[in-house]
Design a protein around this ligand. Structure first.
Ligand code: SF4
Ligand code: SF4
Length: 168
């Protein structure tokens, strides 16, 4: 009799253990087949930062507020007769943007740099697949000038450029 009772208890505990399995057996699977499938991120999700460089006026506010110094900017004043145009929301450009680099190896995705940007050219995207094989590739260069142009512009202002942030 004791033997039969033991068998019943064993069978019953097996059924209890399989209860959750049976509950999920007929439900739609929720496994996401990444990377072939990806989640739709919610509104306000903070992915990788992006600078729409055509609208950047080089005001340095983003670099000054960054808690980890991962934005590096170098600017020089435009000449008196130079017209650098305007941003898409009407800010006059008065500075040459020699370099604008973001080091994503240091960025903590806090978005503190986004709010002070007067031209709203700096914003968080939903891009989160940022893996690279080489750390140097985590430094994104947004400047529009090539190094020759940068050197010429530096020479034209006797090297008097304004730099904020630490260049890697
Ligand atoms: S998101 Fe934060 S850490 Fe990254 S650049 Fe902006 S202020 Fe710096
Ligand atoms: S705050 Fe905006 S406009 Fe000013 S330097 Fe940064 S990205 Fe450019």
């Amino acid at each position: 009799m004791a033997h039969l009772k033991q068998q019943f208890v064993g069978f019953w505990s097996l059924l209890v253990g399989l209860r959750v399995t049976f509950q999920h057996l007929w439900k739609k699977p929720i496994t996401l087949q990444y990377p072939d499938e990806t989640w739709d991120l919610p509104i306000g999700a903070k992915g990788q930062l992006f600078n729409k460089i055509e609208d950047c006026i080089g005001c340095l506010q983003c670099a000054r507020v960054c808690p980890v110094d991962c934005i590096a900017i170098e600017t020089s004043k435009a000449g008196k007769d130079e017209d650098l145009g305007e941003t898409s929301n009407g800010h006059k450009k008065k500075l040459h943007l020699l370099r604008f680099d973001i080091d994503f190896a240091k960025c903590c995705y806090c978005a503190l740099c986004v709010d002070p940007c007067p031209t709203e050219c700096l914003y968080m995207t939903k891009e989160y697949e940022n893996s690279v094989y080489n750390r140097d590739n985590l430094i994104h260069h947004y400047g529009t000038y090539d190094m020759d142009q940068v050197e010429k512009l530096r020479a034209s202002v006797d090297g008097k450029t304004l730099t904020v942030g630490i260049y890697p």
